[in-house]
Design a protein around this ligand. Structure first.
Ligand SMILES: Cc1cc2nc3c(=O)[nH]c(=O)nc-3n(C[C@H](O)[C@H](O)[C@H](O)COP(=O)(O)OP(=O)(O)OC[C@H]3O[C@@H](n4cnc5c(N)ncnc54)[C@H](O)[C@@H]3O)c2cc1C
Length: 326
């Protein structure tokens, strides 16, 4: 953990940790230090932290479990936050055979599903094998082949920071433009909570299906190795993993980053990989698939605290230059 210092300046009463290694907060185990890290436990603390950062002209970011992020090796000059406490709570309102559930953005997906099944509510099980928090699931419209969050999300409560004072606003799910692994949350906004709709159902049958899904995943994906799951979104026609495999890149390595032998869309931190290794491997895959298949792979991984797309394009231009020299 980074150096801990209590700060009272700017009215922030939560503890802020300085120089916190971001590698601890990413499933890839990659990332330099954040100059400030905080885990606000309620809305007033969250607002104060955003104001604290704004007063210092510091950019701020919010992450969940870091299951889909690449942080830069050089770290982030800014405040990185993870929502906790009351911002990670679940509240159910029952109406006969259905319930509306208000889910804090910091709630871990697997805990949400377990809680709902214990109370006899089904419909959110697809989230159980998606590592991360509810806020991350909203931002990514997380999902599987069976369903995505868009199908059950009713409304979202946001913290908007585009005015002088941060303000809370609840909008309908349609207003945040959820599409395949994509949302249109403005950059000055973070998700505080969301409401989903679930139904009364057979919890034990749902648990049995989840068990089978887990077994299938463990057979077809390197589910327990450090990765972000799918590195690229699937293009409209076909699967990113198949295209990367056809380009002959299964098992390819750059530094400590490796394309899984098991599933070519899973890029693994195999041996102390850096963000640079990971980006160079991504650039190699995008370049090869573009050359061989004419398909542009869209990164599903989110670059937090740096312009990863720009870095990728520069690396790809270099690869294209090497091709024309050869
Ligand atoms: C082994 C493995 C398997 C995976 N399988 C799947 C899968 O089947 N389907 C799938 O969709 N994904 C999958 N993923 C990717 C990942 O689990 C999802 O994208 C997940 O929703 C990320 O949630 P998170 O809380 O970890 O978000 P993070 O990775 O921490 O953040 C992701 C993005 O969301 C933003 N964000 C996080 N919280 C908030 C908030 N409160 N408000 C606004 N923005 C926020 C972050 O800034 C970042 O841009 C997998 C990942 C792994 C490691």
């Amino acid at each position: 953990m980074g150096a801990v210092r209590q700060t009272r300046t700017g009215g922030v009463s939560d503890s802020i940790e300085f120089d916190e290694p971001l590698s601890k907060h990413a499933s890839l185990r990659i990332g330099g230090p954040a100059s400030a890290w905080a885990e606000p436990g309620d809305l007033p603390a969250l607002k104060q932290l955003v104001e604290w950062a704004d007063e210092r002209s510091m950019p701020w970011y919010v992450v969940g479990l870091g299951s889909n992020v690449l942080f830069p090796d050089e770290g982030i000059e800014g405040l990185v936050m993870k929502l906790a406490g009351d911002l990670a709570s679940i509240e159910l309102s029952e109406r006969r055979d259905e319930a509306l559930v208000e889910v804090g953005a910091g709630v871990v997906n697997a805990h949400l599903v377990r809680h709902l099944l214990n109370e006899g509510w089904v419909g959110a099980e697809f989230l159980s094998l998606i590592p991360g928090t509810f806020g991350g699931a909203v931002a990514m419209n997380a999902g599987t082949k069976e369903a995505s969050l868009r199908e059950i999300l009713q409304s979202v409560t946001l913290l908007r920071t585009d005015a002088a004072q941060p303000r809370v606003e609840t909008v309908s799910a349609e207003e945040i433009g959820l599409a395949y692994r994509h949302s249109e949350l403005p950059g000055d906004t973070l998700v505080v909570s969301g409401t989903i709709r679930v139904e009364r159902g057979d919890g034990s049958a749902a648990r049995e299906r989840m068990k089978m899904d887990r077994e299938r995943r463990e057979e077809t994906q390197p589910y327990r190795l450090p990765s972000v799951g799918s590195t690229f979104a699937n293009p409209e026609t076909g699967y990113a993993g198949e295209l990367i495999d056809r380009a002959g890149l299964k098992g390819a390595k750059v530094g400590g980053a490796k394309i899984s032998d098991h599933h070519a869309n899973f890029f693994i931190n195999d041996d102390d990989a850096t963000a640079e290794d990971f980006l160079r491997l991504m650039a190699r895959a995008r370049h090869a698939v573009r050359q061989m298949e004419g398909v542009e792979l869209r990164p599903e991984v989110r670059f937090v605290g740096f312009d990863g797309m720009e870095r990728l394009r520069r690396l790809e231009a270099k690869l294209a230059g090497e091709d024309s020299d050869a």
